[in-house]
Write a protein that binds this ligand. Structure first.
Ligand SMILES: Cc1ncc(COP(=O)(O)OP(=O)(O)O)c(N)n1
Ligand SMILES: Cc1ncsc1CCOP(=O)(O)O
Ligand SMILES: [Mg+2]
Length: 263
C-alpha cells in the first residue's frame, strides 16, 4: 500500500514528489505520485464517506506499541474512518512520527477499505495522501486547506453550537461535520458539552445533505440516546481505544448503529 508521498525510510524522494502544485495534480489522478500507486479518487472517497457510520480517533499507541494490530482489529470490527489524533503526550507528535504512524494506519485502511483521516495538519494530510482532513473551529481555515490539498480529499469540521453547525453545513469546501461533545469527556479536556440538545437541534434545524457525526462521550450504552436525538453516525475514541477487545467493541457499536431504532 503506497499512498504515502513521503516515507521516512526514503526521504530523498520527498522533493521529487513535491514538484508542481497540489491543485494541478488532484488526488487520485496517479499523475503526482511518481512510482507510487494512486490513492482513492475524490468520488470514491465521497462514496465511502456517504456510507460511513463509525469514525474512530486513535492516538499512536506509543506506550502499548500495538498500533498496527489495534487498527486492524478496529477496522475489522466495522470502523469506516480512522483518524490519528495523538494529543496524549503533552507535546504534539513530530511530523516524522506522525507520518510513520499514519503509514501504519494507511496499510490497515487499504486492507479493510476504510478512509484515512488526518487531524489538524493539512501539510501532513498532503504528505500522506490522506482521504480526510479534520479541522476544528480554531484550526486552519477550510479555504486554505482546500487550496493546499486540492479537491480530492474530504474536509470535516467540528461544531459545538447550532450556529457553527449551520455555518459548516453551508461552508464551501466542507464535506462533513461533527457535533458535540454530547457529554463532557476527558479526551477533550476543557471543552464544554452542548449535549444531546445540540444533536437534536441539528437534526431538526440544519437542512443539509452533508453527512454529520455526533461526538463526545459516546459508548455502547449511550448510543441509543444519541440515535434517538437524531444522529445516525458517531465518532468515538475511548469506546474503542480502551476496549479490551477493539474488534468486538467496534462490531457492537456498528451493529447498534445500524439496528432498527426502537420507538
Ligand atoms: C472526527 C473529529 N471530530 C472532531 C474532532 C475535534 O477537533 P477539534 O475540535 O479541532 O479538536 P482536536 O481534536 O484537534 O483537539 C476531531 N479531531 N475529529
Ligand atoms: C476530539 C473530541 N472533540 C470533541 S469530543 C472529543 C473526544 C471524544 O472522545 P471520547 O469518545 O473518548 O469521549
Ligand atoms: Mg483540531
Amino acid at each position: 500500500m503506497i499512498r504515502i508521498r513521503f516515507h521516512g525510510r526514503s526521504g530523498s524522494s520527498l522533493s521529487a514528489r513535491r514538484q508542481g502544485s497540489r491543485a494541478d495534480a488532484p488526488h487520485g489522478t496517479g499523475t503526482y505520485y511518481g512510482d507510487a500507486m494512486p490513492g482513492l479518487s475524490g468520488d470514491q472517497i465521497r462514496k465511502r464517506l456517504s456510507n460511513a457510520r463509525l469514525y474512530l480517533c486513535t492516538d499512536a499507541r506509543r506506550s502499548r506499541g500495538d498500533l498496527a494490530e489495534f487498527a486492524d482489529a478496529a477496522l475489522r470490527g466495522g470502523v469506516d474512518i480512522i483518524q490519528l489524533r495523538d494529543k496524549s503526550g503533552g507535546e504534539p507528535l513530530e511530523a516524522k512520527e506522525e507520518i510513520a504512524a499514519l503509514e501504519v494506519l494507511a496499510a490497515a485502511c487499504e486492507k479493510h477499505g476504510a478512509l484515512l483521516s488526518v487531524n489538524d495538519r493539512s501539510d501532513i494530510a498532503y504528505a500522506v495522501g490522506a482521504d480526510v482532513l479534520h479541522l476544528g473551529q480554531d484550526d486552519l481555515p477550510v479555504p486554505v486547506a482546500r487550496e493546499l490539498l486540492g479537491d480530492g480529499p474530504v474536509i470535516g469540521r467540528s461544531t459545538h453550537s447550532l450556529d457553527q453547525a449551520l455555518a459548516a453545513a453551508k461552508e464551501e469546501g466542507v464535506d462533513y461535520f461533527c457535533v458535540g461533545p454530547c457529554w463532557p469527556t476527558p479526551t477533550k479536556p476543557g471543552r464544554s458539552a452542548p449535549g444531546l440538545e445540540l444533536v437534536r437541534a441539528v437534526g431538526t434545524e440544519v437542512p443539509t445533505a452533508l453527512p454529520w457525526f455526533a461526538i463526545g462521550g459516546i459508548d455502547l450504552d449511550r448510543l441509543p440516546q444519541v440515535r434517538e436525538a437524531s444522529a445516525s453516525r458517531v465518532v468515538v475514541v475511548r469506546a474503542i481505544t480502551e476496549a479490551s477487545d477493539p474488534a468486538e467493541a467496534a462490531s457492537a457499536l456498528r451493529s447498534a448503529l445500524t439496528a432498527p431504532r426502537s420507538v
